[in-house]
Design a protein around this ligand. Structure first.
Ligand SMILES: *Cc1c(COP(=O)(O)O)cnc(C)c1O
Length: 418
């Protein structure tokens, strides 16, 4: 019965440990997840995912964001395969780059141009560099605890990072107008850009949408200094609003960064911008060997077209709402309070009074064994492929999850702690 032993997953983990430092790097290391989570996957289809041992999961992580239409979406895959048959990595971009840039400019009210990269870190670094190139200044405001990528100027880990890498980064608190203005004051005369996430989606913390007051203050502070307002829409992009996440608060950025869901899992990132930064961007030397890959761009055109046509956001909101309501009432029934924060289509679920995450881990360990892939500490993701049945299955599993939390509390109460 014990699938941890003799499973292909554990065999692959052992082999990987020998040839990949730590077995796996970064946030996808399954060792950081509750017991029962697989490290290796075999395939995905729609809202479902299969690990290498054939276990099936309803996927509420959507590859940590990219999968927005569902795994292996037929239209996106067809567009990608058609392009692959003609060529992917050529001596320059294909026609689809122009088509994609035109589509983004049409969809995003803030933008009159687009430029493409591979990863969200590339896009955020490029946006920061454009703000410096366009202003001739150095300081960049970043909210404390916000994630913008895993490169030295913004990585959450300081290992291998020098003080000089961060010399011109000034921190402020998200949604705190006073601290934002204080940071802008500190950078006075040298302010290049203000970076703000689409909403506050810090790891392991309650999520928070931007207030109108904060968004307007960020716009005003950038305008007063003739600096760039940069919205990091890498994670939330196209899940909250197809015109950009800050459309909801009536504020338009100068520059936006996109990646994760832009091509439904194909590797692509973008910076979009307005006229103020067109010239600086055209002069900047920025490039990557794979940034022009035609397959990803064809996939992005198909993805954005389908998102728009299918009212995908409405669907994700409806099912996300069902999940939130269901978890809320189970939590009440079991007398185990949880905090559900952020937009319903990017759910964050944290247990009250859980400083060491024991409850969250017990919950997820029980649900993953029933074929539901939740995350105890990171915001999760709905996709257009999730169905009412998926939510019902998730809530059935959650019933067991809450029971497991209760059991773990009873058990640990009887055991002396030291
Ligand atoms: C994931 C993420 C990034 C970095 O994107 P990568 O593709 O992982 O480099 C940047 N900003 C936000 C908000 C993200 O969620």
């Amino acid at each position: 019965m014990d699938k941890q032993v003799n499973s292909l997953d554990s065999e692959l983990r052992n082999r990987a440990k020998k040839v990949v430092p730590g077995g796996m790097w970064g946030h996808m290391n399954a060792a950081a997840l509750p017991e029962g989570y697989p490290q290796f996957f075999a395939r995905g289809s729609g809202s479902r995912l299969w690990d290498v041992d054939g276990n099936e999961f309803v996927d509420f992580m959507c590859s940590w964001g990219p999968i927005i239409l569902g795994h292996h979406h037929p239209e996106v895959d067809e567009a990608a395969q058609k392009q692959l048959a003609r060529g992917d990595c050529l001596n320059g971009p294909s026609e689809s780059m122009v088509e994609l840039a035109e589509l983004l400019v049409e969809m995003l009210p803030h933008a009159t141009w687009a430029q493409f990269q591979k990863n969200g870190s590339d896009a955020m670094t490029t946006a920061a560099t454009i703000s410096r190139a366009g202003t001739g200044r150095r300081k960049i405001l970043v909210a404390s605890g916000a994630y913008h990528g895993a490169v030295p100027w913004c990585s959450p880990s300081l290992l291998g990072v020098t003080a000089e890498d961060r010399a011109h980064i000034v921190q402020y608190e998200y949604n705190d107008v006073e601290s934002l203005n204080r940071a802008a004051d500190q950078a006075r005369g040298d302010l290049a850009g203000i970076i703000a996430s689409a909403f506050k989606h810090d790891y392991g913390r309650d999520q928070c949408l931007p207030t109108r007051e904060f968004a307007k203050a960020a716009r005003a502070a950038a305008d007063a200094a003739d600096a760039a307002l940069i919205v990091d829409d890498v994670r939330a992009g196209f899940r909250l609003n197809l015109g950009g996440s800050w459309e909801a608060v009536g504020v338009r950025p100068d520059l936006s960064a996109w990646s994760k869901s832009i091509a439904n899992g194909f590797a692509l990132a973008a910076v979009t911008g307005n006229e103020r930064f067109r010239d600086a961007t055209s002069k900047l030397f920025t490039t990557g060997s794979f940034w022009c890959s035609a397959v990803s761009m064809a996939a992005a055109v198909a993805t954005l077209t389908a998102l728009r046509r299918d009212n995908a956001i409405e669907h994700m909101e409806r099912l996300g709402g069902m999940l939130r309501d269901g978890l809320g009432s189970l939590s009440k029934t079991h007398g185990l309070p949880i905090r559900q924060t952020g937009p319903v289509q990017m759910p964050m679920v944290l247990f009250e009074d859980d400083p060491d995450n024991r409850k969250g881990f017990a919950f997820c360990s029980a649900t993953v064994k029933r074929g539901i892939y939740f995350h105890p500490l990171h915001n999760m993701f709905l996709s257009a492929a999730h169905t009412t049945n998926d939510i019902e299955r998730a809530l059935d599993a959650a019933e067991h999850g809450f029971r497991a939390v209760r059991d773990s509390l009873t058990n640990s109460a009887g055991v002396s702690r030291n």
